[in-house]
Design a protein around this ligand. Structure first.
Ligand SMILES: [Zn+2]
Length: 191
């Protein structure tokens, strides 16, 4: 190899390394922190509850930030009858519906934080344990815990970091999911 060719080879290698360096320096979209803009224009008197729930999730997790009225990844609705539920279109995107009748019996902040939990990728876990946010109404009307457990919060952080097992991540991110919650005892009052 002539010295000129050697210089060319070294230059090419440097270019390749520089390209690699740039690639490594910039986080991939999957690992970038995600801002979830939530919209409370349809939340009525529950707008402040949504803000409290957002603060709880922001304090408990990393890799995502819920931010008020900067867009509409997540729309919050105040409804009467039909039950509270979450409609997730993809991870971090969807709609949450809070039923005033259920909110009269259960902690509305717990309902709000729970339903947002679905938008953040968590499934229901109706085991009656009040320490879990995703146990929802199964923990009874006396349970007012509105904070995710460490495990629940870490799972959300991992989902948004893109470090979760690929198969579960794709399942959690796939398609539209509707989580229609029971928040039980209201049913007995229907005549
Ligand atoms: Zn639920």
């Amino acid at each position: 190899m002539t010295s000129r060719l050697k210089r060319l080879a070294v230059a090419s290698l440097a270019t390749a390394l520089a390209t690699l360096g740039i690639t490594v320096a910039n986080p991939s979209p999957a690992s970038a922190a995600m801002t979830i803009c939530y919209n409370t224009s349809q939340a009525g008197s529950y707008a402040s509850v949504a803000n409290q729930a957002a603060t709880i999730w922001n304090n408990a997790t990393v890799n995502l930030t819920l931010s008020a009225n900067c867009g509409s990844n997540l729309r919050i609705y105040r409804i009467t009858g039909g039950g509270s539920y979450a409609q997730r279109t993809s991870l971090g995107n969807g709609r949450v519906y809070i039923d005033t009748q259920q909110a009269a019996q259960y902690s509305v902040l717990r309902i709000m934080t729970h339903e947002i939990g679905h938008i953040l990728g968590l499934p229901d876990n109706y085991n009656g344990n009040c320490a879990l946010l995703m146990s929802g109404g199964s923990a009874g009307t006396s349970c007012t815990n509105a904070y995710p457990s460490t495990a629940e919060a870490n799972r959300v952080s991992n989902l948004f970091a893109g470090t979760f097992a690929a198969t579960e991540r794709s399942a959690d991110r796939a398609g539209a999911d509707i989580f229609r919650d029971s928040w039980p005892s209201m049913l007995t009052s229907v005549s």
